[in-house]
Design a protein around this ligand. Structure first.
Ligand code: AHR
Length: 319
């Protein structure tokens, strides 16, 4: 055999081994639930990314309960999966179950939400956006938009105790520092759910003179913003004009609202956390490459000018 044929044979053998390895890989995915359009898209994309790579994905929906996630992880460990992906519903309370995964030598990858732990060897890596930065991008936009005018902001928070709810609040507050004309006057959780966002916004409007004392609503996700938009309309006000609307995710429904002039700004959160997660996992399993502890995705500001193009690009992604 000539030298070049040897090289070609070696490359073929290596790629067959790699394909076989990923074909044999089984990954357990503990998903939070389906509270938002963004979450539904993350589930769809994770399944697609697994299929593309020939990975068998065992999917478990925790219906918003940490105890269900803990059960799912224990069940994945008992089934001796090759790795576990987990989107943790809240930030604390994971150490014991993650120690069990570590003892079983099953790497755990966190998707889109982070955890609080004193031992970061309990997970291989976390793929997600910088959620403090997301809140800052939203707050910076509002501060710039209102200029020197007074602006009372009502806040729809995400799930209590979840990393994005904690961090998006913090980032937004950071942006407001030094801008005393812009203040958060009311804040309550809407649990990242559209119907709850509407309900809480209705109560804010009622408490604030039919909405007259509200300048803007900051929602920790687009679904709650869409619920708030409906509440504003039901109160006879114009969302986007009488009350500004700023939120996070970049889902197709918020682009529709932007096109209609009812949402002013959103911040991008890609639903494709699984792509980078599978890449990191493959490099770790096949070459022993240890990934960084945090693999960051982009958080760009999304304004009405680009809403039509964003809507076209995202409308068929499973939201
Ligand atoms: O963790 C990401 C957040 O969870 C998304 O912003 C929200 O829509 C989801 O449910």
């Amino acid at each position: 055999m000539t030298k070049s044929k040897h090289v070609a044979a070696a490359i073929l053998a290596l790629s067959l081994t790699t394909a076989a390895q990923s074909q044999e890989m089984t990954v357990g995915f503990s998903q939070i639930g389906s509270e938002s359009g963004w979450r539904a898209a993350e589930t769809t994309v994770t399944k697609q990314e697994a299929e593309k790579r020939g990975v068998t994905l065992k999917f478990s929906d925790a219906q918003q309960k940490q105890e269900n996630q803990i059960k799912a992880i224990r069940s994945f460990i008992a089934q001796d999966v090759d790795a576990i992906f987990m989107a943790p519903v809240v930030a604390t309370g994971w150490d014991s179950v993650l120690k069990e995964a570590k003892e079983a030598e099953i790497p755990v990858v966190l998707l889109d939400r982070t955890i609080e732990t004193s031992d970061d060897s309990l997970y291989l890596t976390a793929v997600g956006s910088d959620t403090v930065h997301e809140g800052k991008v939203a707050g910076d936009w509002l501060v710039k938009d209102v200029g020197d005018k007074p602006c009372n902001v009502v806040e729809l928070q995400g799930t209590v105790g979840s990393s994005p709810a904690i961090n998006r609040r913090k980032g937004f507050e950071d942006a407001l520092k030094g801008h005393d004309n812009v203040k958060i006057t009311r804040s309550q959780t809407g649990d990242f759910v559209r119907a709850k966002g509407k309900e809480v916004m209705e109560s804010f409007i009622k408490a604030e003179d039919g909405g007259k004392n509200i300048c803007a609503v900051y929602a920790h996700n687009d679904d709650m913003a869409v619920g708030a938009i409906q509440a504003i309309k039901d109160a006879g006000l114009k969302p986007g004009t009488d009350i500004k609307v700023v939120s996070i995710d970049g889902v197709p429904d918020i682009f529709k609202a932007q096109i209609a002039g009812e949402s002013n700004a959103s911040v991008e959160l890609t639903p494709n956390m699984a792509g980078p997660a599978f890449e990191a996992l493959a490099a770790f399993k096949e070459k022993g490459t240890v990934p960084p502890k945090f693999i960051q995705t982009e958080s760009k500001l999304l304004l009405p000018e680009t809403a039509a193009a964003e809507y076209e690009a995202k409308k068929d992604l499973g939201y």
